[in-house]
Design a protein around this ligand. Structure first.
Ligand code: HEC
Ligand code: HEC
Ligand code: HEC
Ligand code: HEC
Length: 436
C-alpha cells in the first residue's frame, strides 16, 4: 500500500469512528434529555343525577355545566388527560325504572369527553338499562361480572404519549352475590391483566373491595394499583391516603368537587400530586351542557292540575291538608308558617317541578304522581308527611300521643346531602304545633 493510500485509509477509519461516536453520543444525549411525561387524571364519583345544584339546605355546589367549564380548563393546561367517574351517575327516585336522567347525565359526560366510568350500587339497580344508555351514548363502562352486562369491558389500556394508562374496576354487586367466588376470580384476573399491561393503573372501586388489607394481602400476587377512586365511602378523606405505593383519593357526593391527580413520569420515576376543586358558583356554567340540563328539566316537568281531590286508588291514599283544616285549625295555621307549606312553591318558582325533586317537596306527588296548585301555591310537605300513621280518622278519634312515627319521618327527606345542618331536636320544636 502506498503511503498516500494508507493515509486516506486511516483518515477514512478515523472519520467513521468519529461519526459513530458522535452519533452514539447524540443518541445518548437524546435519551438523557427525554422530557418527563405529564398525564392528568380528572375524576368524579357519585354524581347521583345532580345535573344542577338543588339549593336544598343552601347547597349551591356542583352541577354539570360548571363541571364542564372546569374540565375544559384543565384540558387546556394539559390535553394528556384521563377523565373517569367511579360510578353512581344517576339517582332515579325509583332506580328500578329506566329514567331519562341517566340519558341526560350520559349526554353531559359525552360532551365532557369522559374516558370511562365504573358501576355503583345505584347504577346496578337500573339493570341492563344503565349499560344500554351508556353504550348508546358511546361512553365505555368498565365492569366485569358473571351476569350479562352488555357492552361493558373488563378493563381499558390507553396509551398517552408513550405511557400506558390502565383503568380497572371493582363495580358494585348486589348483596346476595357478594360471596360469588366465580365473580371474584374473574375480577382479580382482569385486575392483574390490566396491571401487567399498564405503567399507571387506576382502579375504580365502587365495590369497596380494595381495602387497606386487600392491598397488603394481594400486592405480591396481583400487583397494586397506582390510584384508587372509590365511592361515597371515601368522602371522609380530606387528603389522599397512601397504602404502600397506592394513592387512595378523597371523594365527594353530588359533584361537589372534581378531583385531580397530576402524574409526572420521569424515566422510571413516577410522581403523583393530588388536588381538588370545589365546583362553586364562581365557575361559569358551560352553555352547551346547560342546554342539556334545561332540555332535560323541560322534558320532565310534571303538568299541574287545578282541581284538588283525594285519590282513593293508591296503595297509600292521599289526604290533602284541606281535609284536616276543619277539625284542626290551630295546627293548620301553624303549619302555614313553616316552609313545609311552601315546599311545592319552592319548586314551581325554580321551574323544577320534576320527578327528581318532587317526592321530598310534595306529598301529593309522592302519593299520586300528579300535582295540583292552589292560587297561593300552599302545599308540599303536608300533614301526611308526619301524621300518616294516625290516618284516616274522624270526630270519634281519641288521641294516642305517640310521637315516634313523626320523628322517624324527618330523615326520609332531611338527608345528609340535602339538609346538612339538620338538627333533629331544634327542628322538631320548630315544626310542632303549640296547640295544646
Ligand atoms: C331527599 C329529599 C329532597 C330532594 C330529592 C330534593 N329536596 Fe330540596 N329540600 C329538601 C329538604 C329537606 C330541604 C330543607 C333543607 C334545610 O333547610 O335543611 C330542601 C330545601 C330546598 C330548597 C331551599 C328552600 C329555601 O328557600 O330555603 C330548594 C330551593 C330546594 N330544596 C330545591 C330542590 C330541587 C330543585 C330539587 C331537585 C333537583 C330538590 N330540592 C330535591 C329535600 C329534598
Ligand atoms: C313536619 C311534620 C309535621 C307536619 C307536616 C304536620 N305536623 Fe302536626 N304535629 C307534628 C308534631 C311534631 C306534633 C307534636 C307531637 C308531640 O310532640 O306531641 C304534631 C301534632 C299535631 C296534632 C296534635 C296536636 C295536639 O294538640 O295534640 C295535630 C292535630 C296535628 N299535628 C295536625 C296537623 C295538621 C292538620 C297538619 C297539616 C296542616 C300537620 N299536623 C302537619 C308534626 C307535623
Ligand atoms: C272530623 C274531624 C277530624 C278530621 C277531619 C281530622 N281529624 Fe285529626 N283528630 C280529630 C280528633 C277528634 C282527634 C283526637 C283529639 C284528642 O283526643 O284530643 C284528632 C287527633 C289528631 C292527631 C293527634 C294524633 C295522636 O294520636 O296523637 C293528629 C296528628 C291528627 N288528628 C291529624 C289529622 C290530620 C293530618 C287530618 C287530615 C288528614 C285530620 N287529623 C283530620 C278529628 C279530626
Ligand atoms: C316529605 C319530606 C319532608 C319530611 C318528611 C320532613 N321535612 Fe322538613 N322540610 C322539607 C322540605 C322540602 C323543606 C324545605 C321547604 C322549602 O323551603 O321549600 C323542609 C324544611 C324544614 C324546616 C325549616 C322550616 C322553617 O319554616 O324554617 C324544618 C325546621 C324542618 N323541615 C323540620 C322537619 C322535621 C322536624 C321533620 C320531622 C318531624 C321534617 N321536617 C319532616 C321536607 C320534609
Amino acid at each position: 500500500m502506498e503511503y498516500r493510500q494508507l493515509h486516506r485509509f486511516l483518515i477514512g477509519i478515523f472519520a467513521a469512528v468519529l461519526s459513530l461516536a458522535l452519533f452514539w453520543g447524540a443518541n445518548l444525549m437524546i435519551q438523557a434529555k427525554e422530557t418527563p411525561k405529564r398525564i392528568t387524571l380528572i375524576y368524579t364519583n357519585d354524581t347521583l343525577g345532580t345535573l344542577q345544584p338543588c339549593g336544598c339546605g343552601g347547597r349551591n355546589t356542583g352541577g354539570l355545566p360548571r363541571r364542564a367549564t372546569y374540565i375544559q380548563k384543565v384540558l387546556s393546561e394539559n390535553p394528556n388527560a384521563i377523565i373517569v367517574e367511579s360510578g353512581d351517575l344517576a339517582f332515579a327516585v325509583n332506580p328500578a325504572q329506566p329514567t331519562a336522567q341517566i340519558e341526560a347525565v350520559a349526554d353531559a359526560f359525552k360532551y365532557m369527553n369522559y374516558t370511562a366510568v365504573g358501576v355503583g350500587p345505584i347504577d346496578i339497580r337500573m339493570g341492563e338499562h344503565f349499560y344500554k344508555v351508556l353504550k348508546q351514548k358511546g361512553i365505555p363502562v368498565i365492569n366485569i361480572d358473571t351476569v350479562e352486562t352488555e357492552g361493558a369491558i373488563p378493563y381499558m389500556i390507553k396509551e398517552i404519549s408513550g405511557v400506558r394508562v390502565g383503568i380497572a374496576a371493582f363495580g358494585a354487586v348486589p348483596p346476595d352475590r357478594r360471596n360469588d367466588l366465580e365473580l371474584l376470580k374473574k375480577r382479580y384476573q382482569a385486575f392483574s391483566d390490566a396491571r401487567k399491561q399498564s405503567d399507571i393503573l387506576i382502579l375504580l372501586d365502587q365495590g369497596n373491595i380494595a381495602t387497606d388489607e386487600w392491598l397488603q394481602e394481594n400486592r405480591n400476587r396481583l400487583g397494586s394499583p397506582d390510584i384508587i377512586v372509590g365511592g361515597c365511602n371515601r368522602i371522609g378523606l380530606n387528603e389522599p391516603k397512601w397504602v404502600g405505593q397506592t394513592m387512595i383519593v378523597p371523594t365527594s357526593t353530588m359533584g361537589e368537587y372534581v378531583g385531580r391527580v397530576d402524574i409526572v413520569i420521569d424515566n422510571d420515576k413516577k410522581k403523583m400530586t393530588y388536588s381538588r376543586t370545589l365546583i362553586d358558583p364562581v365557575i361559569e356554567p358551560n352553555p352547551d351542557v346547560d342546554k342539556i340540563v334545561q332540555d332535560y328539566v323541560k322534558s320532565q316537568s310534571v303538568q299541574t292540575q287545578t282541581q284538588t281531590q283525594a285519590s282513593t286508588n293508591q296503595a297509600l291514599p292521599y289526604y290533602p291538608y284541606q281535609t284536616c283544616v276543619g277539625c284542626h285549625p290551630a295546627a293548620y295555621e301553624h303549619w302555614k308558617t313553616t316552609r313545609h307549606s311552601k315546599a311545592l312553591s319552592t319548586l314551581l318558582q325554580k321551574e323544577k317541578a320534576i320527578p327528581d325533586c318532587l317526592p321530598c317537596h310534595s306529598d301529593m306527588y309522592r302519593l299520586t304522581k300528579r300535582i295540583t296548585v292552589s292560587a297561593d301555591q300552599t302545599g308540599g310537605v303536608e300533614c301526611m308527611a308526619c301524621h300518616a300513621n294516625v290516618l284516616p280518622h274522624g270526630a270519634e278519634y281519641k288521641k294516642k300521643g305517640d310521637t315516634e312515627a313523626i320523628k322517624a319521618a324527618c330523615l326520609e327527606c332531611h338527608t345528609k346531602e340535602r339538609s346538612a345542618n339538620f338538627e333533629p331536636t331544634t327542628a322538631y320544636e320548630r315544626i310542632r304545633h303549640a296547640s295544646k
